[in-house]
Structure formats: structure tokens, C-alpha cells
Design a protein around this ligand. Structure first.
Ligand code: NDP
Ligand code: PYC
Length: 339
């Protein structure tokens, strides 16, 4: 077990934000990126924590994201579709800008969507569904990525790892939230296995010849596999349709053509849908939140755990004790701060 150093959440935030400010991100971009990365590290989601800083910096250096972008909210009133153009910046500040209008309209209309276009995107989606559940709304979030996943029955990268997240608000308790790649695992997990010199579990990937592999290098050169066979393949395809083609933005193969590499943050759009459970259940028997609790209790009553429980436990620990980082991670932050 390697030695760890514990930083408070605010101290980690200050370091991450300072790294982004040093390479020229404006305060809107740097603040939103630092919030999402620190939240990942705080919740022990290592594949989308501080590990992502270097990828974001490479993307800035390659000129594939606008470090000083100021996202633009289309202020037309009344529509259930709220649009934010990220102006070539990262998705996270665009989400923060669009959230109040999305929540207001979902409460007023029962249902609303936020479309983010023209953004670089590297983050986990649960911070966004949690922001909706904090407003008492249920939410769905999805986006493409770059072509790294073979459709079931195929053998070449085509779909993205296309993350898909859902949240349901709970009175006085952490929300019900799931958030997963539609590939067997996030690509970040494969890269972390490669860095640690560990083999992949079987069934995650195929090599460039289409043969099953547990070698992370061969997997990165070949293709990842969808989760759940044809079912994950179909959900990944739905995300290309809804959060790529339908919103007039890039699909995962188009993103890979545009970037020419998977070492930079993908550039595409994102779709966020917010639902008011009260509005949908109006006029029907029972309170939707109370009924949901009966379902959650039945799940837990069988000994199963709810998704995100691991994260909420990790969050409580980080909030009480700070975030434990290895010496290599501290060195990485120091090196990036000295750039
Ligand atoms: P995981 O497989 O680690 O987890 C998926 C979900 O399942 C989580 O909500 C997790 O909760 C839950 N879960 C795991 N085990 C159990 C269990 N035994 N019982 C109940 N629930 C469980 O996620 P992935 O590796 O697929 O994805 C990781 C992250 O990568 C996601 O946040 C995703 O948004 C991000 N990602 C981002 C992409 C992008 O392009 N921006 C692309 C692909 C992925 P818990 O966390 O509590 O374990
Ligand atoms: O982990 O699959 C992933 C991923 C791709 C882009 C951002 N995260």
C-alpha cells in the first residue's frame, strides 16, 4: 500500500483550478472543470477525477477546445428545449449556465430538455443528474464520445463509450442515481489498468484482429465491447441518434474523424432531459416520491445496494477526512502547477 497525503476538498479545488488558470482557461471554464474533477476525486470515481486533468490540458494545447470560451444561452422563452452553445469550450460551464432555465421550465411544463452544442466533454455525468435531483426533478443525461466500441456482431470501433445517467430525487436522502458507460467499462478504466500494468477482466475488449483480449494496450488498439451485448449496443446507438444526430451535433465516428485521436477530450454535444415527477403523476393515485421509496426499500431489502451508494459513502468520508492522494498524484499536481 503506497503512502497517501490527505488534502481538504477546498485545497484540492484550489490546486486544480490554479492548474487550469495557468494554461489560460478563463474563470468560467477553470471553475466548472475544477468542480467536476474534484467531485470525481471526492467520490472515489478515479476514472473521471484528477486523472482527467492532463487530457484536458492536452486538448487545450492541441487547440481542440477554446480555453476562454463564454457559453451562450439562447434566451427565447417558453420552449421546452433550452439551448446552450458552449462556443467551443468545455461542456461543464455550459451546463452550469443552462441549469436554472432547464429547471424552471421543467417545473413549469412538466418536462424540459437542455441541449448543449459545440463542447469538449470528458467528465462523468452524475454531477449533472444530481444538480437536477437537488431541484426535485428526475433527469436523464447522455452524450456520444469517440468511436472506440464495436457494435455487437461487429469488430471495429464505431460507437462511443456513450455515458448514460439517470437521477431521481429523494426527500432527506441522497438521490437514486446511476451513471455508466454503455461499453462494459469506461475507457478511462482501461487506461488506468494500462498505467497500473494490470490485465483487464475478460469480456471488456477485442484486439485489432477482433479477438478477445485482456491486454489493455491491445484493447486500446482494438475495440471495446458494449455492456449487455446487443442491448448495450442498441442503447449506445440511441445515444448517437438523440445526443448526436437529433441535436445537430457530431456522432462518435465523426468526433474521431475530427480529432484524429482518442488522447484528447471528445468534441460533440450533450442532451439533458428533466422531468417533474409531480406533474407526470398529477391526477393519479399516490405520491410518486413515496411510491419510489417503497421500491427502493424493496431493492435494499433483498440485500442489493442502490447505485451511487458507494460514491455517497466515499463522499461522506472525503467530507469528514479530506481526499487521500498517492504520492504520485501529489507529484502530478505539483508538476502541473509548476508548468
Ligand atoms: P461503473 O460500472 O463503475 O458504475 C456504473 C453505475 O453502476 C454507477 O452508478 C455505480 O454506482 C453503479 N453500480 C456499480 N456496482 C453496483 C452494484 N453492485 N449495485 C448497484 N449499483 C452498482 O461505471 P462506468 O465505468 O461504466 O462509468 C464510470 C464513469 O465514466 C461514469 O461516471 C460515466 O459518466 C463516465 N463516462 C464518461 C464518458 C464521457 O464521454 N464523458 C464516457 C464513458 C463513461 P457507484 O458509483 O456507487 O459504484
Ligand atoms: O472514460 O470512456 C471514457 C471517456 C471517454 C471520454 C471521456 N471519458
Amino acid at each position: 500500500m503506497s503512502e497517501t497525503t490527505t488534502l481538504s476538498i477546498s485545497a484540492l479545488y484550489e490546486r486544480v483550478e490554479a492548474i487550469f488558470r495557468k494554461v489560460g482557461l478563463n474563470s468560467v471554464q477553470a471553475g466548472a472543470l475544477a468542480r467536476v474533477i474534484v467531485a470525481g476525486e471526492r467520490d472515489a470515481c478515479k476514472s473521471h477525477g484528477i486523472y482527467r486533468i492532463e487530457g484536458a490540458l492536452r486538448t487545450v494545447k492541441a487547440g481542440k477546445v477554446q480555453p476562454d470560451a463564454v457559453p451562450d444561452l439562447d434566451r427565447r422563452e417558453g420552449s421546452a428545449i433550452v439551448k446552450v452553445n458552449a462556443k467551443g469550450g468545455f461542456a461543464n460551464p455550459a451546463f452550469e449556465l443552462g441549469l436554472p432555465a432547464l429547471a424552471d421550465r421543467a417545473k413549469a411544463l412538466g418536462l424540459a430538455a437542455l441541449v448543449i452544442n459545440d463542447c469538449a466533454h470528458f467528465s462523468a455525468l452524475w454531477p449533472e443528474v444530481e444538480a437536477l435531483t437537488e431541484e426535485g426533478l428526475a433527469g436523464l443525461v447522455m452524450c456520444p464520445s469517440y468511436a472506440t466500441v464495436a457494435p455487437t456482431g461487429g469488430n471495429k470501433p464505431l460507437l462511443g463509450t456513450n455515458p448514460f445517467a439517470f437521477g431521481w430525487p429523494r426527500e432527506g436522502k441522497p438521490p437514486y442515481v446511476f451513471d455508466f458507460a454503455t461499453s462494459v467499462a469506461a475507457r478511462g478504466e482501461i487506461e488506468l489498468h494500462r498505467q497500473a500494468g494490470k490485465p483487464l477482466p475478460e469480456g471488456w475488449a477485442i484486439d485489432a484482429e477482433g479477438k478477445p483480449t485482456t491486454d489493455p494496450e491491445a484493447a486500446l488498439a482494438g475495440a471495446m465491447l458494449p455492456f449487455g451485448g446487443h442491448k448495450g449496443s442498441a442503447i449506445g446507438t440511441m445515444i448517437e441518434l438523440l445526443a448526436g444526430i437529433m441535436i445537430g451535433d457530431l456522432t462518435s465516428p465523426e468526433v474521431l474523424d475530427y480529432l484524429g485521436t482518442t488522447t484528447l477530450a471528445p468534441f460533440h454535444g450533450e442532451l439533458i432531459v428533466a422531468f417533474s415527477p409531480e406533474a407526470f403523476a398529477a391526477g393519479r393515485p399516490g405520491n410518486p416520491f413515496a411510491r419510489a421509496e417503497v421500491l427502493f426499500e424493496a431493492i435494499v431489502g433483498q440485500g442489493a445496494r442502490l447505485p451511487s451508494q458507494r460514491r455517497f459513502v466515499a463522499r461522506a468520508k472525503s467530507e469528514a477526512e479530506g481526499v487521500a492522494l498517492t504520492q504520485a498524484e501529489i507529484d502530478q499536481l505539483d508538476r502541473l502547477l509548476a508548468l
